[in-house]
Design a protein around this ligand. Structure first.
Ligand code: ADP
Ligand code: MG
Length: 285
């Protein structure tokens, strides 16, 4: 039996815990709402939203993933075609619309999605003159939150009005960071934005953690970047680190989460571990 002092050290320099399998929930909802946010593109926001959502759904959580990027990559990655469907844009611009009209099931049990498409790129401009323009998404999600255990919002790479809407609607924010030089550039500004939203719009908004992605432990480069991230943010850096793997592009093309496409792949295991870590931290029910 492993003694306490034999717990291996993980890539963040802290003990590497397995985290227990989350107990089944006796009842569902209301959801905690979590935004995945980084104004830098290509850091793993969408990949993390899809696979974390699927992992939690596999643990019996009722999960809603909201595509909040006009590129629609979350919708596509979950096998949803976004042509001729009700999207999050329709819900934002018409407050009388029932958000349930936009919810679609996915191939993963317990995982639903509100899709987005290029229409959403017009929303930023259209909503500027609305009353309480920062809390429009919050009002939309309030109506469906009772039906879920967790709602994830996959943000677009910007700190504009849509992202402020996501943060205003959220209980927590998760920041994926690519283990590359310049990973930290922009994070200070992002955290400043989170602080401003907490101050002015959403006093209970929490930083749920920073998630290192695309880590390659064989390179000094990746190890140095992760070291720097840990130096800067300490325990806010999640213990779970997502390794770099070519399986992700494959999984996106398949329109399935990697947890379904290649459930035993180490990246699928990493996302299940992330799900367990977030439950252990209380960020998810
Ligand atoms: P974002 O939503 O932040 O723009 P994505 O999740 O779309 O980022 O990821 C950007 C690209 O990197 C995608 O092509 C995706 O398949 C790939 N990718 C994501 N995570 C990993 C990873 N851990 N290893 C290798 N490629 C990854
Ligand atoms: Mg994305």
């Amino acid at each position: 039996m492993a003694k306490k002092d034999e717990t291996p050290i993980g890539p963040t320099g802290r003990p590497y815990h397995g985290f227990p399998t989350p107990p089944k929930l006796a009842q569902h909802g209301p959801a905690r709402i979590v935004s995945l946010c980084n104004q830098k593109g290509g850091v793993g926001k969408t990949t993390t939203t899809i696979n974390l959502a699927a992992a939690l759904a596999d643990y019996g959580r009722k999960v809603l993933a909201v595509d909040f990027d006009p590129q629609g990559a979350l919708s596509a990655g979950l096998g949803i075609q976004t042509h001729d469907v009700t999207t999050v844009y329709d819900l934002l611009v018409d407050s009388k619309r029932d958000p349930r009209d936009a919810i679609l099931p996915t191939a993963v049990a317990n995982l639903d999605v509100i899709p987005a498409n290029i229409d959403l790129s017009a929303a930023e401009v259209q909503l500027v003159n609305e009353v309480a323009r920062e809390s429009i998404l919050s009002r939309v999600l309030r109506k469906v939150a009772p039906d879920y255990d967790v709602v994830f919002i996959d943000c677009q790479p910007s700190l504009g009005l849509l992202t402020v809407n996501a943060l205003t609607a959220s209980h927590g924010v998760l920041i994926p960071l690519e283990c590359e030089y310049f990973a930290l550039r922009g994070v200070a500004l992002l955290i400043e934005t989170v602080d401003k939203v907490r101050d002015r719009l959403n006093p209970t908004l929490q930083l749920d953690g920073l998630l290192a992605t695309m880590y390659d432990g064989r390179t000094l480069h990746s190890r140095e970047v992760l070291g720097r991230v840990v130096d800067a943010f300490g325990d806010d850096v999640l213990e779970t680190v997502i390794g770099r793997t070519v399986k992700f592009p494959d999984a996106s093309v398949s329109g399935m989460p990697i947890t379904e496409f290649a459930p035993e792949h180490k990246a699928a295991q990493a996302y299940r571990r992330l799900a367990r870590e977030l439950v252990s931290r209380g960020a998810v029910a």
